[in-house]
Design a protein around this ligand. Structure first.
Ligand code: UT7
Length: 335
């Protein structure tokens, strides 16, 4: 059995900055409400036509591959996590294979929303642990802005989300005390609809139904979130799955050097920080600048923290996520 380690990492966010006051010009919201409830000051939105989920993923991937010091043809497999693919099908994994000009390796897409990146590296880690692959490219990328209800009706959701991408290369590590020590994944489908976008889908409303009804009050193709219910579940599940990961490795909260929580809401991160008595420099947050970028939030935050020298060799890095599904998970990494 091998371990896998993060050998390269990168991120890309669009240049276009959308501030809270920009949003207040198109919907009934304000900077004070958004900052107080979420911590978000601004987010990035793609300028239509300039980028897509797959092209942002490719840009982040190129940086990660270069930093890993490998050639694109050394990559054995691609894992792409997103809830906002360019196409209904195929998923963006194959677009990355094409756009990077990589030979006909396998590509898979992960549909686990905010937990997508943790699920994605867990999957990649198993392929490497088993010896099947040596280098796996893992991407989390989202283009939310094109699919949000940018009117007052959608303000409870639309102010939160932003666009961006992050990527890592996972590489075989022979030393079992280093790299990804373990990953822990959970789901609770009883709450599938509490944070969801149900149309178009084969379950309730397909495209033809939407076109036929042509109903201006139709909200089924915009994301829905039962905010307070999601919040309450998030704080519990984040805490549980971090503890589960530490316990599995005989580690304590005091062993954590850097916690990178999925950037769902600054208040959730602060709650966990307080609960675990972590110092400010032990938790990395960037939701203030980028909003919630779902599957991209952890790899963007991880890359930024690493670029700023906040993660050093030997550090214990914990990734944790919770979101739609509900799904949640953690990864315990010895850097
Ligand atoms: O990433 C996946 C996981 N996601 C999460 O973990 C998110 C969890 N939930 C949350 O972060 C919070 O629930 C939100 C930030 C989404 C909402 O905050 P909240 O404190 O739960 O607000 P609320 O939904 O209970 O709404 C409170 C009030 C309502 O007005 P009334 O009914 O009290 O008059 C809303 O209509 O705030 C109003 N409101 C807004 N006001 C100004 C909702 N959105 C806005 C807005 N601007 N953008």
């Amino acid at each position: 059995m091998y371990n896998s380690k993060i050998s390269g990492l990168g991120y890309f966010v669009p240049d276009n900055v959308v501030t809270n006051s920009d949003l207040s010009k198109v919907m009934d919201t304000n900077d004070e409400w958004i900052q107080e409830r979420t911590g978000i000051k601004e987010r990035r939105h793609v300028v239509k036509g300039e980028d897509t989920t797959s092209t942002m993923g490719v840009k982040a991937a190129k940086i990660a591959i270069e930093r890993a010091g490998i050639d694109k043809d050394d990559i054995d497999f691609i894992v792409f996590a997103t809830l906002s693919p360019d196409y209904y099908f195929p998923g963006p994994g194959v677009q990355v294979q094409r756009d990077l000009g990589i030979k006909t390796i396998g590509a898979i897409d992960i549909r686990n929303q905010c937990s997508g990146f943790v699920y994605a590296i867990s999957l990649a880690d198993q392929y490497i642990k088993s010896g099947m692959y040596k280098n796996v490219l893992v991407i989390g990328s989202e283009l939310h802005s094109g699919g949000l209800d940018m009117t007052s009706r959608g303000r409870g959701v639309s102010v939160i989300f932003g666009d961006g991408a992050g990527a890592v290369v996972l590489t075989r590590e022979e030393d079992n005390s280093k790299g990804i020590l373990s990953t822990h994944l959970h789901s609770e489908g009883a709450h599938a609809e509490e944070l969801s976008l149900i149309a178009p889908g084969m379950g309730k409303r397909w495209v033809l139904d939407i076109l036929k009804d042509n109903d201006p009050n139709d909200e089924s193709y915009f994301p829905y979130m039962n905010g307070q219910f999601v919040f309450k579940n998030a704080v519990v599940r984040f805490s549980e799955v971090i503890m589960e990961g530490l316990k599995a490795n005989n580690l304590e909260v005091t062993d954590i050097d850097m916690l990178i929580p999925h950037q769902a809401n600054l208040r959730i991160s602060q709650f966990i920080q307080r609960k675990f008595r972590l110092k400010d420099d032990q938790v990395y947050n960037n939701i203030m600048k980028y909003g919630n970028t779902t599957a991209a939030s952890i790899p963007i935050a991880l890359t930024e923290a690493w670029e700023q020298g906040k993660i050093k060799e030997g550090d214990l890095v914990v990734l944790a996520a919770f979101g739609s599904g509900f799904t949640w998970g953690s990864a315990i990494i010895r850097w």
